[in-house]
Design a protein around this ligand. Structure first.
Ligand SMILES: Cc1cc2nc3c(=O)[nH]c(=O)nc-3n(C[C@H](O)[C@H](O)[C@H](O)COP(=O)(O)O)c2cc1C
Length: 404
């Protein structure tokens, strides 16, 4: 099943076809997808949110509340999904999404989701053919990662006939399956799991411990492997760099969340590249309320986070390639070589945070690829895209994939 394990967020808006989204949800689940639902207030007048909550087994994201009481759940919720589909999509929601209005759960999820996005418009023919709707659809088609399941023609709920009908749920699923299939055909069949960005370890609901990683190297890696035909999954924390299209992105915030997501995907991956800047430590307890300023000294007790790199390297299967990053400020080669030896990884990418020569947030970096059983090359300055190309070439060699 090609949708097996796929995380799909179904956005339901206030059209007469909203009741058909119930069937769509069931069909997607039957294909092995995990489905969650977001609804506009108008949609809830057509179908009760309880129906979707019961069938999806998850609270529905509604106007008056987000399913998980977390400070950034309006961002986390859509980023959980690999794929966001708005079905049915009203003329009104089309207009909002095209113009950057995000005042309800569906248009907000559209703006913040990072995976592939599908739109299934459904409305009366006059609405569908109106210049505003046509223009909005045209605009949306030009957005990166946005695709349409086109409206069907035929008898409409209002009694008229014409274009604007909601396609049969089965047809929608077939379109998604065909799109998945075509991605698989162009791929080389190898799966690479990349971690990127930084983690955030909560101190209280508004503060956290983090670092300055921009995620640029991870984005460059994801692009390079995608373009080489790999099936790329990027498990990432917050990052400034744009997430490339055509990959599966999984958003995590803390090191523990990232650990869970990586370990779950690790067994099916041919190569794992640990590029994320994961916090080694987290506050032992995160306060439930914002810590008040008492002007006195404040001591934070820290405890160690799970070790994502070590836990994958230690369980490496034959033929799997594991790559770690080492950011060192002191005796860099010595420490990176120790890390390579101790972990059992295939490659350590040594990099140093020298401001003048690139590093955090810059496009270039000072790096050296230290491979097991090979002589260590000296540190040299290169673009992050060049670093990605060198890593790609190493993985290709290990997996027996021809360089493009
Ligand atoms: C009975 C009824 C059926 C409707 N069906 C549709 C429809 O199929 N498509 C559409 O774009 N709007 C339809 N509308 C209009 C929307 O409900 C209205 O524009 C609403 O504001 C959409 O809100 P939303 O986009 O936030 O869900 C219908 C309205 C009513 C009263």
């Amino acid at each position: 099943m090609h949708l097996s394990g796929k995380k799909i967020l179904l956005g339901v808006t206030g059209g007469i076809a909203a009741y058909k989204s119930v069937e769509l949800l069931r069909l997607l689940q039957r294909q092995g997808a995990e489905v969650r639902v977001a609804m506009t207030p108008a949609a809830t007048k057509f179908v009760g949110s309880l129906t979707f909550a019961s069938l999806s087994g998850c609270p529905v994201y509604l106007q008056d509340g987000v399913p998980e009481a977390r400070p950034f759940s309006h961002i986390d919720f859509p980023r959980w999904a690999d794929l966001f589909i708005v079905a049915p999509c009203t003329a009104n929601t089309l207009g909002k999404m095209a113009c950057g209005i995000a005042d309800d759960p569906v248009s907000l999820c559209f703006m913040t989701s990072l995976g592939e996005k599908w739109i299934v418009p459904a409305m009366n023919t006059a609405m569908y053919l109106s210049p505003a709707v046509q223009e909005n659809m045209e605009r949306l088609r030009s957005f990166p990662g946005v695709r349409f399941v086109e409206a069907a023609s035929g008898k409409l709920a209002c009694g008229e006939s014409g274009v604007g009908r909601f396609p049969e749920p089965e047809e929608i699923v077939q379109t998604l399956l065909a799109a998945e299939e075509s991605q698989t055909v162009t791929s080389n069949g190898k799966r690479v799991l990349i971690t990127g960005g930084r983690t955030e370890e909560p101190i209280d609901p508004v503060r956290y411990i983090s670092n300055r990683s921009s995620g640029k190297t991870a984005a460059a890696l994801a692009r390079a492997f995608r373009d080489a035909g790999y099936l790329v999954t990027l498990v990432h924390g917050p990052m400034e760099a744009e997430i490339p299209s055509g990959i599966t992105s999984v958003f995590t915030r803390s090191a523990r969340e990232m650990h869970t997501e990586v370990l779950a995907r690790f067994p099916e991956s041919d190569a794992v590249i640990h590029c994320a800047a994961v916090a080694d430590y987290r506050p032992k307890t995160a306060a439930n309320e914002k810590i008040k300023d008492s002007r006195g000294a404040l001591t934070l007790e820290l405890e160690a986070n799970p070790h994502i790199f070590r836990d994958t390297a230690a369980n490496k299967k034959a033929g799997q390639v594991i790559i770690g990053f080492a950011l060192e400020t002191e005796a860099p080669e010595k420490h990176a070589l120790e890390k390579l030896k101790k972990s059992g990884a295939d490659l350590i990418v040594l990099n140093t945070p020298v401001e003048s020569s690139g590093g955090f947030g810059k496009d270039s970096v000072s790096f050296a690829l230290l491979a097991a059983g090979e002589n260590a090359p000296p540190l040299h300055l290169g673009k992050k895209s060049e670093l990605a190309a060198e890593i790609l070439s190493f993985v290709n060699r290990k997996l027996g994939v021809k360089n493009a």
